[in-house]
Design a protein around this ligand. Structure first.
Ligand SMILES: [Zn+2]
Length: 247
């Protein structure tokens, strides 16, 4: 483990211990999980957001074992939704086959500028189309440029979102009505602007459960990290990490 990962890991262990004493929250909410890259071959990475394939497989097995209701990100229904940020190619090659096999729906938030041969670690147009053609998959926007939107002038932030929506829709030939905020960066004006652009559900990086409210545009999400254990993963599913942890 690299230094950045080690300190994160220790903090994560402490939070797992604290979660032992926190009570499970009501099942009557929508909890959304946020993944990024899934990898099978990278031995050294200082990325805390990438989950290795073995852990991911184990996590999907836990979802099946616990017989949880897996819902779509854009449904305001009780249960767990699965999302991936950035549009990594490994979402298609490694994660999707496991989720398809388990018949679990998931949403991939794609950075439209990364859909380009210059970025081989992300899906290209053909791969994105292929992924979008599966009825279990919802494609959402993760901005055009992946800049933190709240740091930009409002008009520029909304223009970034508007363009990403159009570019993704042109590729997949379907409406794109969900998005997640790059770096979790947004404010009330950006959220309201995103809704006006036609985004019905917007994913944040706040690790909170969501009340079952069809009108709510904001959908908070619990991040799944490289060091997730079976215990911490189950705790997150049970809501024991709700409001416990902000990175
Ligand atoms: Zn991102």
């Amino acid at each position: 483990m690299l230094p950045q990962q080690t300190s994160f890991f220790l903090k994560h262990q402490l939070a797992t211990m604290a979660a032992l004493f926190s009570s499970a929250s009501s099942r009557d909410s929508h909890r959304s999980l946020m993944y990024h890259s899934i990898y099978s071959d990278r031995s050294i990475t200082d990325d805390i957001f990438s989950v290795n394939l073995k852990n991911f497989t184990q996590q999907v097995n836990i979802l099946k074992e616990l017989d949880l209701s897996i819902v779509r990100f854009d449904e305001a229904k009780a249960g767990i939704s699965i999302t991936f940020d950035d549009g990594f190619l490994d979402n298609l090659t490694l994660a999707a086959p496991i989720l398809f096999e388990a018949k679990l729906p998931f949403t991939v938030f794609v950075v439209s500028d990364y859909v380009d041969p210059a970025h081989p670690q992300f899906v290209n147009k053909e791969q994105l189309k292929k992924m979008a053609s599966n009825p279990l998959v919802t494609i959402g926007s993760h901005g055009k440029t992946h800049r933190p939107l709240a740091t930009l002038p409002l008009e520029e932030a909304l223009e970034d979102l508007r363009q990403s929506k159009i570019e993704l829709e042109n590729i997949i030939g379907k409406e794109v009505s969900t998005m997640s905020f790059p770096h979790g960066s947004f404010n009330e004006n950006i959220l309201a602007g995103a809704e006006k652009l036609g985004f019905k559900k917007c994913g944040t990086s706040f690790p909170y459960p969501n009340q079952l409210n069809q009108d709510s545009v904001q959908v908070d999400r619990q991040c799944i990290y490289f060091c997730e254990s079976k215990l911490s993963y189950k705790q997150k599913l049970e809501g024991k990490w709700d409001r416990l942890w902000r990175k």
